[in-house]
Design a binder for this molecule. Sequence first.
Ligand code: SF4
Length: 310
Amino acid sequence: MHHKNGDIRRVNVNIAATTVENYRKLKQAGIGTYILFQETYHKESYLKLHPTGPKHDYAYHTEAMDRAMEGGIDDVGLGVLFGLELYKYEFAGLIMHAEHLEAVHGVGPHTISVPRVKKADDIDPEAFDNSISDETFAKITACIRLAVPYTGMIISTRETEKVRTKLLRLGVSQISGGSRTSVGGYTQEERPHDTEQFDVSDQRTLDDVVAWLMENGHIPSFCTACYREGRTGDRFMTLCKNGQILNCCHPNALMTLTEYLVDYASERTKEIGFKMVENELERIPKEKVRKIAKDNIDDIKNSNRRDFRF
Ligand code: SF4
């Protein structure tokens, strides 16, 4: 998919539970991660929340990732909506789901998302007795990080800047920026509010979020290399579990960050970013990798060449 400064390199898909055949079609179409949130693992609550309709079948919904893997999709993303049921139950369900995928298919979840019940047009979080405090939410995040150390953890713009800052230190590895949750929201200059799925607490632009990450000592990475190099499923898991993936992640983060800085960033973000890239390059332990990354970064800055990766 072509965009003005290059290609959209990865498309993750979040759709309702479907058949093995449809998952196979998605795989053949080249999707990245297939994401489906469980909402709640508690069967009784699930059935109460979905009294009719296509999502009503608890088993069909809960076994969706097994069918996705049968259809050949080996990067799947789990998530539970904390606040619908007792968090201890949901936490145990989530970890057991991850354990099940690893035991049966040899591949655990590529990502785990941690959304909480938030205010929306037709939802008042106060109406849910099981809503959790920021402190409990932080503990859950840390426990997921310890229990499933190889997974990418995702936090959305539903959470405030303050909460996101804390959770990044406790194991969250992927965050969104400049998100819009209304239909057609990205096609308009101003953020439309009328059809939003939920309130976006962190309303900063992507550029602000990138600068903020760097100011907090994190390297914002736009890397999609693994999926494009075929490092998915159990191949990815092995590299991730033994820590060798860092040899790719670090230089790839610096190269993709440089692309972002050159193509999209504000002057302020560029200033912080180029300094970070320069310092971080020196921390790449292998001389050969350091030299290649430096040369590629020079190329990105001085030419139209893009999309280098390890
Ligand atoms: S190299 Fe690292 S950052 Fe890049 S896609 Fe793989 S795991 Fe993610």
